[in-house]
Design a protein around this ligand. Structure first.
Ligand code: FAD
Length: 321
């Protein structure tokens, strides 16, 4: 049976995050020919709504308010609850981002709805949809179905392919006014770390360094390689704890979970807690001096060698292409 599904688009630095389009593709599959309605919250974001339609939403609802410029769980949950009340969807899809991880359980529990989080794949569609999600830090996958009633789904970035953009697609964009009140916190400003560059959780290529990189200076060739490949730089907790880089770059169980097309691990031993954050990457290349390093167990390509020799060689070869 076809369903009405609401998708929340996510804006960062004035642009829609890719996971918004991946969420629309997921919503299309769940809706099984029903209606996909995109929602957008923020301050002066209405111009972005058309892009959600170009990626497959049938129409878009925009809630603009100065207090929605930055995410707060109070503000966004009020806006989402108002749209759910207005639209009465059967499914809600949100990216499994910091925002989605905070917002979805809050609103789902308020509505006593089901929540299937961190979905990496959807098999089938409509009532027969089966949601695949990693468990035990990615060591196993479980398949989940929902029975009835409202269900919230969060989709892991970089796993569900977005539909092809069709700039000629048309759909209604409606502005909805919601009285955002009684906020317990208001974010005045977000000060970003200037060094973060490409967003790790959406990067297609990640060059990651561990304790083997030995210093902050040692990360420079990794950054050069990442820049050449249009990617981002990540790190193990070992490297962060040693003060070589910022904790915002940490990948793993207590850091970011990433699924790039290419993950290049340099001087990382492959502790279970690190693998939890990257083992679902599509292609893994490991560079390590120790042929017994655990990282080689998950690597598609392993290079046993000194990263300070191998990384410059890779840079040279890529520049020569
Ligand atoms: P090491 O284990 O010290 O490995 C360094 C590697 O570099 C070695 O394999 C060595 O052979 C290689 N090497 C050295 N020099 C060179 C060279 N010149 N060229 C090539 N290779 C070289 N870790 C995470 O990464 N992410 C997490 O989210 C995380 N969460 C944790 C949560 C908990 C509760 C706990 C207990 C631990 C967590 N850890 C996490 C830590 C984890 O257990 C490891 O300690 C950490 O991942 C090790 O980092 P590393 O691989 O950089 O360092």
């Amino acid at each position: 049976m076809s369903k009405k599904v609401l998708v929340l688009g996510e804006v960062r630095d004035g642009a829609l995050r890719n996971v918004s389009f991946e969420a629309i593709a997921a919503a299309k599959q769940i809706s099984d020919g029903g209606e996909v309605v995109a929602a957008l919250f923020g301050d002066q974001v209405a111009d972005l709504a058309k892009e959600l339609i170009a990626y497959g939403a049938d129409r878009a609802l925009v809630v603009e308010h100065p207090h929605l410029k930055f995410y707060t769980s109070d503000g966004y949950s009020q806006a989402l609850l108002a749209l759910i009340e207005q639209e009465k969807p059967e499914g809600i899809v949100i990216g499994h981002t910091a925002l989605g991880k905070d917002l979805s359980p809050k609103v789902a529990s308020r509505l006593q709805a089901a929540l299937i989080s961190d979905v990496t794949e959807i098999e089938g569609s409509g009532d027969d949809a089966v949601f695949v999600r990693p468990i035990y830090s990615g060591k196993a996958f479980e398949k989940v179905k929902f029975k009835e009633g409202l269900v919230f789904i969060t989709v892991r970035p970089n796993n569900i392919a977005p539909l092809e953009k069709d700039a000629g697609r048309t759909g209604d964009v409606q502005s909805v006014s919601v009285d955002i009140k009684n906020l317990r916190t208001i974010v005045k400003e977000v000060v970003r770390n200037a060094s973060t560059g490409v967003d790790l959780s959406e990067a297609k290529v990640i060059v990651s360094g561990g304790r083997g990189v030995k210093s902050a200076e040692g990360f420079k060739p990794l950054k050069e390689l990442a820049d050449l490949l249009g990617g981002a730089v990540g790190a193990s907790r070992g490297a962060c704890d040693a003060g070589y880089c910022d904790y915002a770059m940490q990948i793993g169980q207590t850091g970011k979970v990433v699924t790039p097309d290419l993950y290049i691990a340099c001087g990382i031993s492959g502790a279970i807690q690190h693998l939890a954050g990257m083992s679902n990457s599509k292609v893994i290349v490991a560079i390590n001096k120790d042929p017994e390093a655990n990282i080689f167990k998950v690597a598609d390509y392993g290079i046993v060698g000194d990263l300070f020799e191998v990384v410059p060689l890779l840079i040279e070869e890529i520049k020569a292409l």
